[in-house]
Design a protein around this ligand. Sequence first.
Ligand code: CTP
Ligand code: CA
Length: 227
Amino acid sequence: VVAFFQPKRLAGQHVVVTAGPTFEAIDPVRGITNLSSGKMGFAIARAAREAGAEVTLIAGPVALATPRGVQRVDVKSALDMHLASTEHAQSATVFISTAAVADWRPATAANHKLKKDGSGATPKLEFVENPDILADVAQTERAVRGDLYCVGFAAESHDLLAHATAKRLRKKVPLLVGNIGPATFGQDDNALLLIDAAGSTELPRNSKLHLARQLVAEIAKRLHATS
Ligand code: CTP
Ligand code: CA
């Protein structure tokens, strides 16, 4: 199905999507990251654009082409992503947080490449917690007022419904989307569990693009119900 035939359910909306992993520097040439491919977030950005929205895609380091008509902002670390997200969320009406944000970063990043000292000693890394981007955006005045609709994702290894329901309440977002296992990182398809105040709905296994279009339709439905 080409974009031309997608109903313009999000016309007039500005959608900000975060996607991919973050990269937390240890030194100028090393860091810590994760296996998120960014595919689900990029598919959602594409689907939102097809649905007529203005779309800003805040992407961690991924090897994916920018969907047509989408404004892309490349970031590396969780702190970069946090800054870009809070900035772009100021003018957004929907914020969709698909990024696999690193929960911790090395407490200090060395200015120079760490060298072996010949003794066999290994570096001792200390970590600090990264800010919770989604929770912070969801606590902004515009989000609390209902002018910015926030959507979170959760990849849980077990007890998806219980963990994702708790996460929705903890992050104070109206909609939380769970990836239904097995691990979806890098895969082209997925299955989703949508959790909102009314309960849960399953979107059965399909391509990430198909699911992204269904999710966009579900978000549009909820937007129009609250405005
Ligand atoms: N998230 C975020 N910033 C973080 C961590 C998570 O914005 N520092 C967002 C993710 O993009 C996702 C949601 O919060 O939309 C849930 O992420 P997840 O990793 O499942 O939850 P955490 O709160 O980090 O809890 P945990 O990893 O311990 O389960
Ligand atoms: Ca996490």
